[in-house]
Design a protein around this ligand. Structure first.
Ligand SMILES: Nc1nc2c(c(=O)[nH]1)N[C@H]1C(S)=C(S)[C@@H](COP(=O)(O)OP(=O)(O)OC[C@H]3O[C@@H](n4cnc5c(=O)[nH]c(N)nc54)[C@H](O)[C@@H]3O)O[C@H]1N2
Ligand SMILES: Nc1nc2c(c(=O)[nH]1)N[C@H]1C(S)=C(S)[C@@H](COP(=O)(O)OP(=O)(O)OC[C@H]3O[C@@H](n4cnc5c(=O)[nH]c(N)nc54)[C@H](O)[C@@H]3O)O[C@H]1N2
Ligand code: SF4
Ligand SMILES: [Mo]
Length: 678
C-alpha cells in the first residue's frame, strides 16, 4: 500500500507514473503517464504488459483533451432550464447529494424502490468503477435490476453455453497460426494490439480470411474477404459446418470425446448447402468453398470472433455456429489454434464475490428497452433514472424514444459524468466524475491478457469524485451503510483487492500484472478446458433460452421502402461515444458506388438517411469499401456530428437478439436520399 501512496501526484516537478487504461477496449494497455506541475504532459505505452508493446492508440494518447476539455464537468450542478437545454447552476456536493437522496426517498415512498432505475454500461470497465460500490448501493436500496445487454449479451451467452467461457487464444499466439479468420471484428480500430501478430503470421506465410460487410484494413490485405450481408453469418457458418461433415473433414474422434449435441448440430447444418448460404449472404459460392477448404486443411487455424455479427436478430445463433467451427474441424490442442472471443471471464473475478450484497428479488429492466421503460412502464413507472458510466442518448437503440423519455417532466434524472454528454444535458442533477487518470481502479483486458492497477496520476479535476466514493456516501445518507464506513482514498481498492481470487491481489498491489491462464498464452484443450458443468463442448446447448429455437435463421427485415442495411461499427476516433465531443465536423455515411448512383449521390453530398423511427442528416462518402445494399455510420456519434442532431441509434430498432436480449444495432433498415449537393 505504501508503494501506491508514494506514487500519488506530485504538485511540482516532473514525474512519470505507471498505470493502465481501463476503457472499454479489449487491449487494456499499460501506460506511462508523465506529469509536470500536477498537469498531464504525456500519455504513452509501457511494456509492463507484454502485448502493449510500448505503444497505445491515438485516442488515449490525447486523452488530456478530455481531461482538461471545454466539456469537462467540474462541479455538481442542478438544472436551470428546460430538460435538454444544457443550462445548469453550480451547487455544492452536499446540496446535490441531499437532492438525490431526497428524490430517491420520495420515489420509494410514492411508487416503491423499484421505481428507481440505475443505468450504466461500459464507460469505465474497471473493477472498482462498475458493478461494485454502485451495485451494493442499488441492491441495498432495492432499485430495479438493469440487465446489461447493450453489448456482448448474445456472444457472452453463446460462449458460456458452449464452452463455459473457456479462455481464448492469446494475441501473441496468432503469430503461430497458418490460417487466421477475422469474423465480425475490426481490430485495426477496436483492439490494435492484435494486428502486429496477424501481420507477423501473414509475413510467415499464414493466410488471412475476413468475414465482414466492409472491406476493413485487414480485409484489404487478406487472402480472402467474404463481404457477407449483415445478419447472414448464421447460414454461412452452418454451411461450413455442413461441408466439413459432408466432406469427411469433421474431427469425429475429437467430437466423440469432447462434445455433446453433435448430431443435432449436424442435422441443423444440413439445411445450408454452400450454394444456398452463399446466395443468402450475397457472396460467391466459390469463395465460400475456398474458405471451407482452407479451414479444413490448415493447422494451426484460429478464429478471432468479434461483436459485429452479434448485433442482429440472428446474433446468438451466428456466434454459436462460428464458435462451433474449431470443435467440428478439430482445431484445438495446438498453439495458435482455436478461437478468441471475450476473455473477460478468464480472470475468475466474479461480480458476486466482489459485491457481497445479495441481489434482492426485484424487477429486471432490459437496458435496450430504455425508451419503453421511461415512456411505457407503469407498475411501477420509472420515477428516477440514475445514469453513470453511460451515454444512453448516444448509444442505446431507438434514440427518439429515449429522448422522449428523458424529456418527461415527472422523471428525476441524475447523470454522473466526466463531460457534458448529450445525455447529461437532460439531467436534473449533474455529478462530476473523475477519469481513470484521477482515481484508483483495476483494469481487466478482455482480449489481451492484462489485469493491472490503475492509479491516480493527477489530482481530481475541479470537484470531480470517483464512483465508489459517491455511491458510498449516498448509502450513508439513505441509512444503507453505517456512518463512518466511508472508505478513504485507496480504501475501495483495498476493499476490492481483498476479494479478488487467487494471487491477483498480491501481484496487483505489488505493482505486477495479474496472473493469466497459461501465462497469457493458453493452448485450448491443453492448458484451458471448457468450464461447462461436464467439461464438454455443448454444440447444441438446449438449456440456452432461445424462444425462436437454437440456430434458427430469421430472414432479412428489409422492405421495399427501406432496402438498405445500416451498420454502425466502432471507429478509431472514439470508444463507443467516449471522446465523441472531440470529433470535428460532420460525420459521413459510407455508401457503395452502385447504391449512390441509383440515388444520384456523389462523394461529399449531404444526405438524409431515414426509416420509420427517425432520420439522420449527414455527409456521404461513396466507396467500394462497403458492399452494395449496406451503408455504415460510425457508432458513438454525438449530436454535434450530424446536421440534425440525430445519430445512428435514431434508426436502430429496439428489437432484441435471438438469445440473451441483446441490441440489434446492425439490424437497422433504411432508405437514403440526397439532401444537398456538395
Ligand atoms: N477504437 C475503438 N475501439 C473499440 C471500441 C470503439 O468504439 N472504438 N469499442 C469497444 C467495444 S465496446 C467493443 S464491444 C469492441 C467491438 O469490437 P469489434 O467487434 O471489432 O467492433 P464492431 O465495430 O462492432 O464490429 C466489427 C466488424 O463487424 C462488421 N459487421 C457489422 N455487421 C456484421 C455482420 O452482420 N456480420 C459480420 N460478419 N460482420 C459485421 C463491421 O463492419 C465491423 O468491421 O471494440 C472495443 N474497442
Ligand atoms: N449505433 C451503435 N451504437 C452502439 C453500438 C453499435 O454497434 N452501434 N455498440 C454499443 C456498444 S458495443 C457499447 S459497449 C455501448 C457503450 O455505450 P455506453 O455505455 O454509453 O459507453 P460510452 O459511450 O463510452 O459512454 C460511457 C460514459 O461513461 C463516462 N464515464 C467513464 N468513466 C466513468 C467513471 O468512472 N464514472 C462515471 N460516473 N462515468 C464515467 C464517460 O465519460 C462516457 O460518457 O454502445 C453501444 N452503442
Ligand atoms: S483504448 Fe485500447 S488501445 Fe487505446 S490505450 Fe486503452 S487499451 Fe490501449
Ligand atoms: Mo461494446
Amino acid at each position: 500500500m505504501s508503494d501506491l501512496v508514494a506514487t500519488r501526484p506530485k504538485t511540482w516537478g516532473r514525474s512519470t507514473v505507471h498505470t493502465a487504461c481501463p476503457l472499454d477496449c479489449p487491449d487494456s494497455c499499460s501506460l506511462d503517464v508523465t506529469v509536470e506541475r500536477g498537469k498531464l504532459v504525456r500519455i504513452d505505452g509501457n511494456r509492463a504488459a507484454a502485448s502493449t508493446e510500448g505503444y497505445i492508440c491515438g485516442k488515449v494518447r490525447r486523452f488530456d483533451r478530455r481531461v482538461y476539455g471545454a466539456k469537462r464537468l467540474r462541479y455538481p450542478a442542478v438544472r436551470a432550464g428546460a430538460k435538454g437545454s444544457g443550462r445548469f447552476d453550480r451547487v455544492s456536493w452536499d446540496e446535490a447529494l441531499t437532492l438525490i437522496a431526497d428524490a430517491m426517498d420520495e420515489a420509494r415512498r410514492r411508487f416503491g424502490a423499484e421505481s428507481v432505475l440505475p443505468y450504466h454500461y461500459g464507460g469505465s470497465n474497471g473493477v472498482l468503477t462498475n458493478d461494485f460500490e454502485d451495485a451494493r448501493f442499488f441492491r441495498r436500496f432495492g432499485a430495479s435490476h438493469l440487465a446489461r445487454t447493450l453489448c456482448a449479451a448474445p456472444t457472452g451467452a453463446a460462449a458460456t453455453a458452449m464452452y463455459g467461457r473457456m479462455a481464448g487464444v492469446g494475441y501473441s499466439d496468432y503469430a503461430q497460426a497458418r490460417l487466421i479468420v477475422i469474423w465480425g471484428c475490426n481490430p485495426s480500430a477496436s483492439g490494435v494490439h492484435l494486428v502486429s501478430h496477424i501481420n507477423r503470421a501473414q509475413a510467415a506465410g499464414a493466410r488471412v480470411v475476413v468475414v465482414d460487410p466492409r472491406r476493413t484494413p485487414l480485409a484489404r490485405k487478406a487472402d480472402l474477404h467474404l463481404p457477407v450481408r449483415p445478419g447472414t453469418d448464421l447460414p454461412v457458418a452452418l454451411s461450413v459446418i455442413n461441408a466439413l461433415f459432408e466432406g469427411g473433414q469433421a474431427d469425429l474422434a475429437f467430437l466423440a470425446e469432447h462434445a455433446t449435441g453433435v448430431e443435432d448440430l449436424r442435422r441443423t447444418a444440413r439445411a445450408w448447402p454452400i450454394a444456398r448460404a452463399a446466395a443468402e449472404a450475397g457472396i460467391a459460392p466459390a469463395d465460400l468453398r475456398t474458405f471451407v477448404d482452407w479451414y479444413a486443411t490448415s493447422t494451426p487455424a484460429v478464429i478471432r470472433c468479434g461483436w459485429g455479427q452479434e448485433r442482429s436478430r440472428n446474433g446468438g445463433g451466428a456466434t454459436l455456429a462460428i464458435l462451433a467451427l474449431p470443435a467440428v474441424a478439430g482445431k484445438f490442442k495446438v498453439r495458435g489454434g482455436g478461437y478468441t472471443m471475450s476473455n473477460s471471464a478468464a480472470w475468475g473475478i466474479t461480480a458476486e464475490a466482489l459485491i457481497d450484497v445479495p441481489a434482492p428479488p426485484v424487477r429486471t429492466v432490459n437496458m435496450n428497452h430504455l425508451g419503453r421503460a421511461l415512456t411505457e412502464y407503469r407498475d411501477p413507472p420509472v420515477a428516477m433514472l440514475f445514469v453513470y458510466n453511460c451515454n444512453p442518448l448516444a448509444t442505446v437503440p431507438h434514440q427518439n424514444l429515449v429522448q422522449r423519455g428523458l424529456e418527461r417532466e415527472d422523471l428525476f434524472t441524475v447523470v454522473f459524468e466526466q463531460v457534458m454528454t448529450d445525455t447529461a444535458a437532460y439531467a436534473d442533477v449533474l455529478l462530476p466524475a473523475t477519469t481513470f487518470l484521477e482515481h484508483y481502479d483495476v483494469a481487466k483486458g478482455y482480449g489481451a491478457y492484462h489485469l493491472h492497477l490503475v492509479q491516480p496520476v493527477i489530482a481530481a479535476v475541479g470537484e470531480s469524485r470517483p464512483n465508489h466514493e459517491v455511491f458510498r456516501e449516498l448509502g450513508v445518507r439513505l441509512g444503507l451503510v453505517a456512518d463512518g464506513d466511508e472508505l478513504g482514498e485507496a480504501g475501495a481498492l483495498m476493499d476490492a483487492a481483498a476479494r479478488l481470487p487467487g494471487p491477483h491481489a498480491e501481484t496487483l498491489l505489488g505493482g505486477r500484472p495479474g496472473v493469466a491462464p497459461g501465462d497469457g498464452q493458453p493452448i485450448q484443450f491443453v492448458d484451458v478446458h471448457p468450464r461447462t458443468p461436464d467439461g464438454k463442448v455443448h454444440l447444441f446447448p438446449a438449456a440456452l433460452d432461445a424462444p425462436r429455437g437454437l440456430y434458427h435463421y430469421e430472414a432479412d427485415p428489409a422492405t421495399p421502402a427501406y432496402p438498405l442495411s445500416l451498420i454502425s461499427p466502432a471507429s478509431e476516433h472514439t470508444i463507443s461515444s467516449t471522446l465523441g465531443e472531440l470529433r470535428p465536423g460532420i460525420a459521413r455515411v459510407k455508401i457503395n458506388p452502385d447504391d449512390a448512383r441509383l440515388r444520384s449521390i456523389a462523394d461529399g453530398d449531404a444526405v438524409r438517411i431515414f426509416n420509420d423511427l427517425g432520420e439522420v442528416h449527414c455527409e456521404a462518402t461513396v466507396t467500394p469499401e462497403i458492399r452494395p445494399g449496406t451503408v455504415a455510420l460510425p457508432k458513438g456519434l454525438w449530436r454535434q456530428s450530424t446536421f440534425n442532431g440525430s445519430t445512428a441509434t435514431a434508426l436502430v430498432p429496439d428489437s432484441l437478439t435471438d438469445i440473451a436480449g441483446g441490441a440489434c444495432f446492425n439490424d437497422a433498415r433504411v432508405q437514403l436520399e440526397l439532401l444537398a449537393r456538395h
